[in-house]
Write a protein of this length. Sequence first.
Length: 246
Amino acid sequence: MTAPRRPGLLTDLGAAALALVLVGIAGMLGKWQYDAWQAHRDAEALDLTGVAAVPLDEVMGDDDPFPAPDLGRPVEVSGEWLDGGFWVADRARDGEPGYWAVTPLQTGDAAVLVVRGWAPEPDPDLLDVSGEAEVTGWLQPPEGTLVVDDDPSDDVFPEIRVADAVQRVDVDLWSAYVISQEPGPGLEEAELASLPTPSRTTGIRNLLYAVEWWIFGAFAAFIWWRWRRDATAPETTPDLTSPSAG
């Protein structure tokens, strides 16, 4: 014989209300941490290519490492063209393979590498540039994927590497290069090499906190469900009329 056992109405409502509060708080805190994770990623992936240009020395110094948050930022730099220009291979433009024309521009005591434009084939005449210049372009980090230069003696490099380029000039080089917004004579505009993308680990702590809060909310809901199931389960009572009871 069984007799149902049920909690009192106030107990039942109180437990349900407590469970809803805990689940709601956990859900909101989890959403808050998730939004913080997304905000970190959005901030790191911020596209700065359309903002107003600023002087290069306001973004970084000639001895500073590349400032990752300023990837793609338009900068202004003025100085004098130096000898030591070179081409960079395997640079596509609108899907067509070609080369970048790169020339060092001395500003102060150091020089910054400037991508002056794109051409389908290397042409020594296009590297012949001199005099003073004012350049507005997008800031980019030096490359370095350890691609082997098949012929170090020529004017064609596989990448823009400061360690390679510094051997062609008599001054130090900035740890960045600039892609000019206005291509030089005989050249076409070069496409941006890289734009900021968030790292896989950006804001990962916030994401883990969000998951932790959601798990806590799910656990609170499970505890309420388990209590409700146990509290309303039929209770077995001894059957005194059964022969085995005597």
